[in-house]
Design a protein around this ligand. Structure first.
Ligand SMILES: Nc1ncnc2c1ncn2[C@@H]1O[C@H](COP(=O)(O)OP(=O)(O)OP(=O)(O)O)[C@@H](O)[C@H]1O
Ligand SMILES: [Mg+2]
Length: 296
């Protein structure tokens, strides 16, 4: 697509045709992109905050990532039926639902890994519905997929160093040392090959690798799936630390207790549609609804 030939997230002066409606006053696209500005901002302790304020806020790019009436198919199977989803800077959003309800498909569609068959995806105010996954990643979104995917033949250190890059605005808050501080277990295994790690260590490595890209948004699909409770607890501690640092996160997991303690909002999918979207407290107070939608 021609509109993505230029860097995917231009400053307004070089805005793509898709984003042009909102350039200038921002009023043109204001209705759908301004709403989330500042949500959760009070907590943001620093990562990228200055850079973000200096460039995007005020130009109608309130949401880091936004899906509007999103549809997608696998072959003839219609999987997503008009999903609206959005996450603002420094927000933590939990995406929940029973198996096969479309959580991973929603993430994959927003990331350009599955082609949307209807609706739109905006990344920081720019229409990226047809962008390639690498363009979306480059815009500052790091993705930890289900089942991880580290390089088994590389050492822990090599896996991390290979991923290192500055963020969109040149921020390099997450250095190798900082990642090491966050994951003491990885520090002890720096020379180990990826394949020699336990499931929990692999998950730590994948998250550590994602942080090395200095993202604005971290997406964790099945954050603790298949991990022993103690290891899962360690992952939750790390996720809380990441949240504290000001990085926005979308977390998919089955653990309602852990997610409701962490997330600003929970969105629940049922058969490719949003069945609930709201504060964790609202769901905590409605055990019947929770039981019906999540089975917990
Ligand atoms: N590559 C694929 N080809 C065809 N159908 C698929 C494919 N991936 C997923 N599906 C189907 O799409 C639907 C949604 O799957 P998806 O993986 O998005 O669900 P999920 O909510 O992430 O589930 P889980 O909790 O098991 O990870 C399911 O019916 C699934 O069988
Ligand atoms: Mg899934």
């Amino acid at each position: 697509m021609a509109e993505f030939a230029s860097p995917p997230l231009p400053h307004s002066a070089q805005a793509s045709p898709a984003a042009a409606a909102g350039t200038g006053t921002g009023a043109g696209t204001g209705a759908d992109v301004n709403v989330g500005v500042g949500v959760g901002a009070a907590r943001g302790a620093g990562v990228g905050v200055g850079a973000w304020v200096g460039s995007a806020v005020g130009r109608g790019a309130g949401y880091l990532l936004q899906a509007t009436d999103l549809h997608s198919h696998y072959g003839a199977s219609h999987i997503l039926h008009g999903i609206d989803f959005q996450i603002a800077r420094a927000e933590t959003v939990a995406l929940m639902g029973r198996n096969g309800m479309g959580k991973s498909t929603l993430l994959r569609t927003m990331l350009g890994l599955v082609r949307a068959t209807g609706g739109q995806v905006h990344v920081m105010g720019t229409n990226m519905t047809t962008a390639a996954p690498f363009q979306i990643a480059r815009a500052g979104i790091a993705y930890v997929p289900e089942g991880r995917g580290i390089f088994p033949n590389l050492s822990v250190k090599e896996n991390l160093i290979m991923a290192a890059r500055a963020g969109r605005h040149g921020q390099a808050d997450w250095t190798f040392e900082r990642v090491m501080d966050c994951f003491p277990r990885l520090r002890e295994r720096l020379a180990h090959g990826g394949a020699q790690l336990s499931g929990g260590e692999q998950q730590m490595l994948t998250i550590g690798r994602a942080l090395m890209t200095n993202p604005e948004l971290l997406i964790l699909d099945e954050a603790t799936e298949g991990l022993a409770p103690l290891v899962a607890r360690e992952i939750w501690r790390i996720v809380a630390q990441i949240r504290q640092s000001g990085i926005a996160t979308i977390i998919v997991d089955k653990n309602f207790a852990a997610l409701s303690a962490l997330a600003d909002r929970i969105q629940i999918l049922v058969k490719g549609r949003t069945a609930f979207s709201g504060a964790a407290d609202a769901l905590r107070e409605q055990p019947e609804l929770r039981q019906r939608l999540l089975g917990v």
